[in-house]
Design a protein around this ligand. Structure first.
Ligand SMILES: [Zn+2]
Length: 160
């Protein structure tokens, strides 16, 4: 049985006047993520982990932020398209582990919903999707609420 592991990391600025999309969920907050797409830091980290597992490059290669096609795009579509690439290579997801890092808002109330959304798109059970959260203890850009970041690890298994 062939297995592949991948890791992904993503960062976005936080600013007033933007929506805060994390893990496919729109979270009420006075600041949102700045980016070319909907700037969903968690879904982007998971896309990069999936691509990384099969050495397919990174999210910027497949969905360039210079392309009008991806302007304001829902990152759930990017994750779907990434999964198509994984399926074409005859792999499926075994599990995902991820960590979000931001000072505010507290995302615990939304974690279950995020796991459900992600699990549906990548074709696993909710129990196979872990979303954890931490802060930088007020230090650095995340501590000052200038930005947020996410890290993800995925395990893929060959289907044939
Ligand atoms: Zn991103």
């Amino acid at each position: 049985m062939s297995y592949r592991i991948g890791t992904g990391i993503d960062y976005h600025q936080l600013a007033v006047g933007y929506d805060l999309w994390i893990g496919g969920i729109k979270i009420p907050h006075h600041k949102g993520s700045v980016g070319h797409s909907d700037a969903d830091v968690l879904l982007h980290a998971i896309c990069d982990a999936l691509l990384g597992a099969l050495a397919l490059g990174d999210i910027g290669l497949h969905f360039p932020n210079t392309s009008q096609e991806f302007k304001n795009i829902d990152s759930k579509i990017l994750l779907q398209r990434t999964m198509e690439l994984i399926s074409q290579k005859k792999y499926k997801v075994v599990n995902v582990d991820s960590t979000l890092c931001l000072e505010e808002p507290k995302i615990k109330p939304y974690v279950q919903q995020m796991r459900k959304v992600i699990a549906e798109i990548i074709g696993v059970d909710e129990d196979d999707v872990s979303v954890k959260a931490t802060t930088t203890e007020k230090m650095g850009f995340a501590g000052r609420e200038e930005g947020l970041f996410a890290q993800a690890t995925v395990l893929l298994q060959k289907t044939i």
